[in-house]
Design a protein around this ligand. Sequence first.
Ligand code: PLP
Length: 480
Amino acid sequence: MDAEQLREHGHKMVDFIADYYKCIETFPVLSQVEPGYLRKLLPDSAPVQPESLQAVLQDVQTKILPGVTHWQSPDYFAYFPSNSSVAGFLGEMLSAGINMVGFSWITSPAATELEMIVLDWLANLLKLPSDFLSNSPGGGAIQGTASEALLVVLLAARDKVLREVGKDGLGRLVVYGSDQTHSSLQKACQIAGIHPENCKLLKTETCNEYALSPESLTDAISHDVASGLIPLFLCATVGTTSSTAVDPLLALGKITKRYGIWFHVDAAYAGSACICPEYRHHLNGIEEADSFNMNCHKWFLTNFDCSALWIKDRNALIQSLSTNPEYLKNKASQGSTVVDYKDWQIPLGRRFRSLKLWMVLRLYGVENLQAYIRNHINLAKHFEDLVAQDPRFQIVATRTFSLVCFRLVPANKNEDYVNKLNRELLDVVNSSGKIFISHTVLSGKYVLRFVVGAPLTEERHVIEAWKLFQETASTLLENS
Ligand code: PLP
């Protein structure tokens, strides 16, 4: 590492990235390249001699950026957002600069201690129960993704029960979610060795806004207990992926307590909104949860990746995930006075991710973060109002946060036709490069998902997007 070279090249790279952001609106939001495009443009082998940064950046501009889908574009409305910010970027930069690997406290005490502090800050902002704080038997840890967070707590829950019933009980363990739970639950079950038939995704109803009903959970558990199965784990969601449904945490939590089931709450996207007092009620009942997760890299201005996980019983995690090889032994760890985050996660190595979350919290401040969330929700509401004014369109699920689920519904057409029409609508708007949205299916209906969440999105982008939907709909309906 040559410090002066870093200074010179670092400045050039920051200029390059700043220019990228300045003209981000000029790129097609959804990359328009064909599969395999890049192999045709790059050489077959690595260069033998060093090349200049200028040559590399030239290739980024002409060969890489065309193959990028611009998640930070103000016209990006797909999936859920993956926020970037100056604060998050600077934190990433600092983390890359220091480049330590903080698996044990001793390997960089600041990394472990800052992570504990910022997760306590965030827990307090979310008004999480005090048994998620680092001065309790629980605590928080940053995972790479919500999927990893879910997997580690499922492993902790599984092993806790298997210690009681014996390893032969694995085939009888049952995991519950709803048919709206993110697919990471199924993946976690596969990895954890849960029998595929015992990962039960309970049916939700349109009339219930796709939330998991406590009655259906009780029925399923009673049936399973009567069949000799062992209810193990429930994953409830605050802000489901398809329609941002909110499962009733308090009622579900009470049921899990009755049966000794581990209760995990996934608020990967919507958790961010709960820092605003007016949205905090969506977490009512969180005191019943054994673990809680939100992705700061989705809607909290923290560059990917940064998934905050809190757990009430850190020992359950540690018992599942700790190893203690000779080459990692040290006085601090042996003295059991420190947290070694290697025992709270799957990999050994871990990045200094708390830096960027700390920078976001400090450089924005709580009031600005709340204003940021409210602005997106207001923009989504504005979009929803526009949709509602056009009788050709229908809002399909009640908007709770910044996602609007809607579809084009011409009169007197059957469901197959309407589904096909909306698929075409999505294809046409996305291939225009002007905006990027995604879809889902709710009760057999193909539904368009419009999520406001990119940091650069302003009202004008939302209005332009709506005009594009209206014009495209007119063309499709004329030609049909
Ligand atoms: N949970 C919910 C509700 C999600 O919407 C998502 C992704 O969008 C996930 C979990 C998975 O997130 P990750 O990519 O961090 O694993």
